[in-house]
Design a protein around this ligand. Structure first.
Ligand code: HEC
Length: 165
């Protein structure tokens, strides 16, 4: 085999390997470093960590990344009842990237989750956030169940005042 032919074969294999890597990235939600970095940035600056990562806000963001976005047992109590930031590490396991984009566009939750921010988020940022969460992988358990209005939750909670009239 000539050297030129070897080089050509090498190039073909490299192209094939690259195409395969990209094909599997698209189907499994695994991602390139750039979208993972972007997703990490969104978790940090769009407030997701503030509520969905236990201890993140009280510690000034000093929670190791491996513990991020596992939800919180801190309840948010108001006239809507008591809500808990869900475990996004598990939540994202249950859907693929396209389903997440669709869900994020339609989502409407109880307070204080800023669901409207997900409606406004650019699609590429929604995708980057998804890829980052899938890159972190599944971890943690479910957040406590929603508690209806008028009932006192068992665990810790932050009380919102009644909305001004
Ligand atoms: C102020 C606190 C807060 C912030 C900030 C916040 N969340 Fe939430 N999130 C919550 C709470 C509380 C719930 C549960 C709402 C409920 O039970 O209705 C929730 C629920 C969710 C859900 C589940 C919705 C469903 O299907 O029921 C998703 C997804 C989610 N948040 C994503 C995000 C992302 C992404 C960010 C950052 C852009 C974010 N959240 C920022 C508090 C917050």
């Amino acid at each position: 085999m000539s050297i030129a032919r070897n080089i050509l074969l090498g190039a073909i294999f490299a192209t094939f390997a690259f195409a395969m890597a990209h094909a599997s990235a698209a189907t499994t939600g695994k991602a390139d470093d750039k979208s993972i970095a972007r997703g990490r940035y969104i978790a940090q600056i769009a407030g997701c960590n503030d509520c969905h990562t236990a201890g993140y806000a009280p510690s000034g963001g000093k929670v190791p990344e491996k513990d991020w976005l596992q939800g919180d047992i801190l309840g948010w109590k108001g006239d809507w009842g008591t809500t808990y930031a869900v475990n996004l590490r598990m939540y994202m396991q249950g859907m693929n990237e396209d389903q997440w984009v669709k869900t994020a566009r339609a989502i409407k939750t109880r307070p204080p989750m800023p669901w409207f921010a997900l409606h406004d988020m650019h699609e590429q940022d929604l995708r980057a956030f998804y890829r980052f969460v899938r890159y972190l992988g599944p971890a943690g358990g479910p957040a406590p169940a929603y508690v209806p209005p008028g009932q006192t939750p068992n665990g810790p909670y932050a009380q919102f005042p009644a909305a001004p009239k």
